[in-house]
Design a protein. Structure first.
Length: 126
């Protein structure tokens, strides 16, 4: 899903989902689909935000990690987000901060049974 203009703008601008600002992305092997949205929406530059997301198919033993990086600048976030599972089965990543404008790669690594798949999308911050 990398490089598509729609993928870059969907999370930042809010197109492409059933709920305002929701984005759906598939994991690299297609096993999982992640539906996510940011709070606030759109993602602000250099201000804290959260991601709320669901992974389908869901399983109680799923483990997830969230990260973001700027490949053109060879760096990632200055913070490590805290990911927690909510009672409704969704996940929340708190403490996210994209500290500069430009293209970021947002990644969600989904692990189950010793296997990890990555769901990834681009976010463009003005």
């Amino acid at each position: 899903m990398r490089g598509a203009c729609a993928a870059v703008l969907a999370l930042a601008a809010g197109c492409g989902g059933s709920e305002a600002g929701e984005r759906r992305i598939a994991s690299n092997l297609g096993t999982y689909t992640v539906s996510l949205r940011s709070i606030p929406h759109p993602i602000p530059a250099n201000e804290p935000f959260e991601l709320v997301f669901r992974v389908a198919p869901d399983a109680p033993d799923l483990a997830v990690e969230v990260d973001a990086r700027m490949p053109q600048h060879f760096h990632g976030m200055n913070r490590v987000p805290r990911v927690s599972r909510r009672p409704d089965g969704s996940f929340r990543a708190e403490g996210m901060l994209l500290h500069m404008s430009g293209r970021w790669e947002l990644t969600i690594d989904i692990s189950q049974g010793g296997r990890t798949e990555r769901a990834q999308t681009d976010v463009e911050l003005p």
